[in-house]
Write a protein that binds this ligand. Structure first.
Ligand SMILES: C[S@@+](CC[C@H](N)C(=O)[O-])C[C@H]1O[C@@H](n2cnc3c(N)ncnc32)[C@H](O)[C@@H]1O
Length: 395
């Protein structure tokens, strides 16, 4: 299928769904009782997202928020409430039926929020060539759209163009644990159902890094469905566009606290737990943002930590046998790769098979936010115990 053919197929699918109020797509996590207090039902019933990118405390008062693939407008209206009357929201969509519904309800939502006029504008356009000025958005959100775009590389570059330096994105989308096969890619129905265009996490995040974003990490993930052994997940990711000129603040140091024993960031800089590393002002700025700020100590003088220091965070596996049960750990950032205290190397977006002992480590509060867990076993597991060495290493 050609790029234009895919876009037309997807647009027709969503125009049809919006016109009939058909229920499609994925788990979101909205509090519909709350949204119903100011968003009309006609909008809520055509919510086709797979997350809540505007409802995760990401939106700040007074900001300019851009929603890519705004559909009936649900996330634009939630963002409208959160930015307040001094803020602004722009929704982009390629489908006229969606735009008509969203535009018709904008004044109703504004009145329900007590605003004099609506602070939301809906523009017709493609995610691959957005009708938006350079460096103009504080925050980009998008909900279950980029998987539908045939040229994701272009979308990521467009995101980087329109986001202001210092801005960020929070994107919910469908991704997969392995490449989607050609019999999915060339299936018209599956494009509209958010399956054919799903990228592996490593490719999705790789595209964002290639477009210039940094600090990409998971905010939330939900298992969605398994088809022909392929796990489709709904994931919400955040990342940053850093200002270029921040090198003046050199002479800073960053010490990794843990739980990782080693981590490599997107610029190739490697950190060992407890060892201070000189960093540029730009990196120090990034390491002071979420989720790095709880992982690092940023200081003006080098600070070395000993294992006895209360800030040193290590989570050791239990000294007992392992059982392999089909579990895989999918590291989702904010680093390109990390190591744990049992010498496992996790590369972002690449599932690594782990045993029960490692699963327990990764389910602790310190590790959990950085991983999506999947289980690929399809039948009963006999659960043979594997002996570990006295130092704990076995898998
Ligand atoms: C799954 S719906 C999600 C709509 C909305 N974000 C929500 O959460 O309800 C996908 C929307 O993205 C739009 N869309 C898909 N691909 C697009 C593209 N390449 N450029 C612009 N809009 C696109 C469709 O028209 C549709 O309204």
């Amino acid at each position: 299928m050609s790029y234009d053919g895919i876009a037309q197929t997807v647009s027709d699918r969503y125009a049809r769904a919006a016109a009939t109020g058909e229920q499609i797509c994925c788990p979101t996590g909205y509090n519909f009782d709350d949204l119903r207090t100011f968003i009309p039902d006609e909008v809520l019933k055509i919510s086709y997202g797979c997350g809540t990118p505007a409802g995760l405390e990401t939106v700040r008062i007074g900001e300019t928020v851009l929603d890519i693939g705004s559909g009936g407008g649900i996330d634009c209206f939630e963002a409208s409430r959160r930015v307040g009357p001094t803020g602004r929201v722009i929704g982009i969509d390629m489908t006229d039926t969606m735009l008509d519904i969203a535009r018709r309800h904008a004044p109703v939502v504004a009145a329900n929020l007590g605003y004099e006029t609506s602070n939301v504008e809906f523009r017709k356009g493609m995610a691959e060539s957005m009708p938006v000025e350079d460096d103009s958005a504080d925050l980009i959100i998008s909900n279950c759209v980029i998987n539908l775009a045939p040229d994701k590389r272009k979308v990521f570059h467009e995101m980087n163009r329109v986001l202001r330096p210092g801005g960020r994105f929070t994107i919910s989308d469908i991704v997969s644990d392995q490449p989607v096969p050609q019999y999915f890619v060339h299936d018209t129905e599956k494009w509209g159902n958010c399956l054919s265009g799903a990228l592996r996490v490593s490719d999705y995040v790789g595209g964002m890094v290639e477009a210039g974003f940094l600090g990409i990490h998971q905010v939330k993930f939900t298992q969605w469905q398994v088809i022909d052994g392929i796990h489709f997940l709904s994931i919400t990711l955040t990342g940053y566009k850093l200002p270029e000129a921040m090198e003046h603040n050199n002479g800073l140091f960053a010490t990794l606290l843990g739980p990782f024993s080693r981590a490599t960031d997107e610029s190739g800089q490697s950190y060992r737990r407890g060892i201070p590393q000189p960093v540029h002002g730009r990196t120090a700025h990034l390491l002071s943002a979420l989720p790095y700020q709880s992982l690092f100590l940023v200081s003006e003088t080098p600070v070395t930590l000993e294992p006895s220091d209360p800030r040193w965070l290590a989570i050791l596996p239990e000294q007992k046998p392992c059982v392999w049960k089909g579990d895989y750990a999918l590291f989702t950032g904010p680093f390109t790769e990390v190591e744990d205290d049992d010498d496992h190397l996790y590369q972002r977006g690449i599932p690594l098979e782990i045993c029960s002992k490692t699963l327990k480590v990764l389910e602790t509060d310190a590790y959990r936010p950085h991983f999506a867990m999947i289980n690929r076993a399809t039948a009963e597991i006999s659960g043979t115990q594997v002996a570990c060495s006295p130092s704990g290493g076995c898998c």
